[in-house]
Design a protein around this ligand. Structure first.
Ligand code: SF4
Length: 261
């Protein structure tokens, strides 16, 4: 679809819930890279055909990258690396958790809770994680994205695609509801001085992320904010690109789990 046609169907209020900072950016991403139209829940779908609203086919470069990563994973001894990934090897596939869901993976394919992932970027993330070969268990020595090497360009991306979205999502919700959604992703409450809520989520077994939330304070003039922290050893398991995507996926899961709250 033409990006202007998509833009015309959005409410054009740049709320950011789709993960893009503006409706125009969302429209361009749908048109050019096949981002799912369903990410804007307020899109005017009248007159759209099923083909328009169906999940768009994966861009060729994503499929090419998946093929490449499968080839690399085919050369790994999955039994030998399972423990270092926090996974179990069943003789055929690695089994591990991803945001509270069960992943089965080998060079032949991936399933999440028994189904092939709709978004190819999930496969890229999971294959990248396995291809890292694993490493030491996290030390839970938390750092922000800005403390990781060569991360300058990713700090803003993380804010737009994850932290700002989470701050809007959490605002006005009971902490118990947020904690309950985190528990469905195998997460738990943690502590952080001065924060309204802190949660630790094992996005992947060796890839915990800490979500720190400050409620807005009209009295002090502070807007609500979220900061996502990573274990200091996180780059042993994922490259920066995949790391930001994993945080975006965590935000997507919160969005789904809190949708009916
Ligand atoms: S979800 Fe995205 S496209 Fe929809 S109104 Fe908000 S910013 Fe615009």
């Amino acid at each position: 679809m033409n990006p202007l046609e998509i833009l015309r169907r959005t409410p054009k209020d740049n709320c950011g819930e789709c993960g893009f900072p503006t409706c125009l950016a969302f429209a361009a991403a749908v048109s050019k890279t096949g981002v799912d139209l369903g990410r804007c829940s307020r899109l005017d779908r009248e007159g759209l055909s099923e083909a328009d609203t169906a999940h768009s086919p994966a861009p060729d470069h994503d499929l090419e990258l998946i093929r490449h990563l499968r080839g690399k994973v085919a050369g790994l001894d999955l039994a030998a690396i399972a423990e270092k990934l926090g996974a179990v090897f069943d003789g055929e596939r690695l089994a591990f958790r991803f945001l509270g869901r069960e992943v089965l993976l080998n060079a032949g394919g991936v399933t999440i809770d028994g189904a092939e992932p709709e978004d190819p970027r999930d496969q890229i993330l999971l294959y990248n994680y396995v291809h890292s070969g694993g490493g030491e268990a996290p030390s839970l020595d938390w750092v922000g994205m800005e403390s990781l090497p060569n991360s300058i360009s990713k700090v803003r991306t993380l804010a737009v695609y994850c932290e700002d979205r989470l701050a809007r999502l959490f605002t006005g919700r009971a902490p118990e509801a947020i904690s309950s959604a985190a528990a469905e992703m195998d997460g738990r409450e943690d502590t952080q001085e001065g924060a309204s809520l802190a949660l630790v989520l094992p996005v992947l077994p060796r890839l915990p992320q800490k979500v720190v939330y400050w409620e807005e304070s009209a009295e002090d003039g502070f807007a609500a904010g979220v900061k996502v922290l990573f274990d200091r050893r996180v780059l042993d398991f994922l490259d920066l690109e995949s790391l930001v995507f994993s945080a975006e996926r965590m935000c997507d899961r919160f969005t789904d789990l809190l949708a009916d709250d």
